[in-house]
Design a protein around this ligand. Sequence first.
Ligand code: IMP
Length: 431
Amino acid sequence: MSCLVVIGVQWGDEGKGKIVDILAHQSDMVVRYQGGNNAGHTVVVGGEPFFLHLIPSGILHPNKKNIIGNGVVLDPKIFLEEIEALKKRGFLKDDSELIVSESAHVIMPYHRRIDVARENKKDGLKIGTTGRGIGPAYGDKITRRGIRVLDLLDKDKFRRKLAPILEEQNFFLTQFFKEEPLDLDQMVDEYFIYGQRLKKYVGDTSLLVYEGIEKDKKILFEGAQGVLLDIDHGTYPFVTSSNTVAGAVCTGAGVSPLKIKGILGISKAYTTRVGTGPFPTELTDEIGDKIQKVGHEFGTTTGRRRRCGWIDLVSLQYAIRTSGITSLAVMKLDVLSELSEIKLCVGYQWKGQKLSSYPVDSEKLSECEPIYETVPGWKENLTSIRDFKDLPVATQKYIHLIEERLKTPIDVISVGPDREQTITRHNPFSF
Ligand code: IMP
């Protein structure tokens, strides 16, 4: 039994794509289980970047099963476009290597429209969503008004199901948001065609994963976003609409928690966040600008500039606790090379009081002052180092300090975007 979960332990964009890509090499199956095309993975292969939003990064390796589980919300148009782009570049030669759950919920045009309309509404709550319709799609799933992948496969049934849903959505769009209504016939035709094109990829993914486990296959579960964006445990309401903690694997892929062997948390050597919401260690000075520039911190999905700040050990501790992280990968360590000193947030001060744990209340979190420990920088280029002992002493100390404070081993260190620019101290897949 070799099930490994890889999740982000910050606000997403930690570099999961690169690690999943490396670990996919050793896996038989790569499974996505939550989120949708709000995620964006950049994988650099031979100096060439690949942008994947929905399809697991395992697709870049031959002979792997790539699964999109029931917990994902699927935009069929984006999914089909991604398939085409992959095929154009010589990937996905065998269609049986990609399987989508029949019970995954579909992102419909009204979801995208409402997502954007809500964000644009004057005096409304601004989350800074990706505008991909993720929240409204999950909302409809929970209120049982969702359209699932299997519904797209039978035109009459699809129309019968969609008609009352669209009536309600159109009411909302026209009366509340003062927008144009959407047309039922056009939507049925368009999405039925998507269904026909999707058909060959649709399957019972929970069963496939179960069979994989029974056959002792190596299975990699690829999380999207990060723990601090979790709908229950994140900085609510400035979060995404799915559970991003490791436990989401169980519901989003239909797997027993007893089958999970390891949980690898991915963190940057600093912190970034896109969208609005509290960010105690945010740097709004020239150091923040430098990290943003050197780290090319722009969102893969929306191109937005990411907010940057120091590493936050308080929030990492919280993420480790709520997800049971067994080891960590620290990404983009090379980005800090130009700084003469580096800070680590080791505690929070709130209204003159030192907090002993991470506050769940976003308002309280936004009032927290970070308590920093400062360490010397190293001012050396790390990008060609492949062995931990070859890192500058100050860099090694920085890594050891993080490990010590978090009481969690750092298995992997990334010193550049390419697959090769990685220091592996321990293989997260060898349990
Ligand atoms: P949504 O997931 O599009 O609803 O966006 C909700 C919040 O999550 C916004 O702050 C987004 O910027 C953030 N978010 C969603 N997906 C990602 C991601 O993959 N990386 C980083 N932030 C994300």
